[in-house]
Write a protein that binds this ligand. Structure first.
Ligand SMILES: [Zn+2]
Length: 345
């Protein structure tokens, strides 16, 4: 490990939770393949959509075999959402509804156990256990940039239970921080009045607040939900004299997905919960270092698992050892479909 760079906290989290060392790629890949096989079995048994989709497909013996499996996209969610459910609707704790296909917080519209509508919006369903998985990732991922006793300001709306803001708030409280969830105006006033160590928000909120609080000192910033252009990143660093940690995630990945470490060389993927692939225009897997569409498989979700889901986002992945010392795979670059800006370094 390079001197002075803290290793991503996700390594320790995965080792303690699953009992294998993340430096042992064979161990993590065996775990992932076993999970992929289990998720396919489970989805075929519980969901009529997946049962029909995989009718002629044997459970894959290898990642190569899995890379031939049919992919799904947000159109399938709109058309067949309920049929993708793997639990009874009574077991669903949260439904995130998108009136128009778009990314998650803070614009997400949320309803609890709503009845069906005439127009089919995109809906994503979570059980209590699914939400706990996200909370667990938030708690351990945020250890990278938070210290107990610090003060954090969250710029995501947090009133809706289990929204990004609410879950982040809960995770940071568990880590021993004092947490404020504020709108733009109150956030500006707060930053002018008292020292804040950590600020979390979407790129646009961070930019809006930082422009009005220049020369405030913030130690660390988590940028999420939207792309942060390198230009905005630099002006945010200048305004708050802060270290910035980018996060990639979407509602489909369970909100959390991958988070930057102290080395700031891409975002480490939560590989215990997610399997990422990159494919070209023909749907063929491309090697590490090449750009293509990011395809995600959820390894641990119960309510509505996603198997080979096309995100619409373009990305470059790497499995090379990070300067922080970790072998956890990273997103080196991502271009989100709803934004032309770059996200990672
Ligand atoms: Zn790292």
């Amino acid at each position: 490990m390079s001197l002075g760079i803290m290793r991503t906290t996700l390594d320790q989290w995965i080792r303690e939770k699953h009992g294998f060392d993340t430096d042992d790629r064979q161990a993590i890949e065996s775990y992932q393949l076993a999970r992929i096989r289990a998720v396919i079995d489970y989805a075929k048994a519980q969901s009529s959509f997946y049962r029909r989709l995989y009718e002629d497909w044997a459970v894959p013996e290898s990642f190569d075999a899995f890379s031939q499996f049919p992919m799904i996209d947000s159109g399938d969610l709109v058309q067949h959402g309920l049929l993708m459910l793997c639990v009874k609707q009574s077991e669903i704790s949260r439904i995130v509804t998108f009136e128009f296909p778009q990314r998650g917080a803070p614009e997400e519209l949320t309803t609890m156990r709503t009845s069906g509508t005439v127009e089919s919006p995109k809906r994503i369903y979570f059980t209590r256990e699914d939400i706990e998985l996200t909370l667990d990732f938030f708690e351990h991922g945020m250890k990278t940039l938070c210290r107990p006793g610090e003060r954090a300001l969250i710029l995501f709306p947090a009133k809706t239970p289990d929204s990004v803001g609410a879950l982040l708030s809960e995770a940071l409280t568990r880590l021993g921080l004092t947490v404020h969830c504020e709108d733009c105006e109150t956030a500006v006033a707060l930053l002018r009045e008292i020292p804040v160590d950590v600020v979390c928000g979407s790129a646009s909120y961070l930019m809006a607040v930082s422009k009005r609080t220049e020369d405030t000192r913030v130690r660390a910033v988590l940028s999420s939900s939207e792309s942060l252009s390198s230009e905005d990143r630099q002006s945010l660093e200048r305004a708050w004299h802060c270290q910035i940690f980018d996060h990639y995630g979407m509602t489909e990945t369970g909100l959390g997905g991958a988070v930057e470490c102290d080395a700031h060389c891409g975002m480490h993927i939560r590989e215990n919960d997610l399997y990422f692939e990159v494919v070209d225009g023909e749907g063929m897997t491309v090697p590490d270092g090449a750009m293509g569409e990011l395809v995600v498989t959820t390894l641990t979700r119960r309510g509505m698992p996603f198997i080979r889901y096309r995100t619409g986002d373009n990305a470059i992945l790497t499995g090379e050892r990070c300067p922080c010392g970790s072998l956890l795979r990273r997103i080196l670059y991502v271009k989100r479909k709803d934004s032309g800006a770059l996200c990672a370094n």
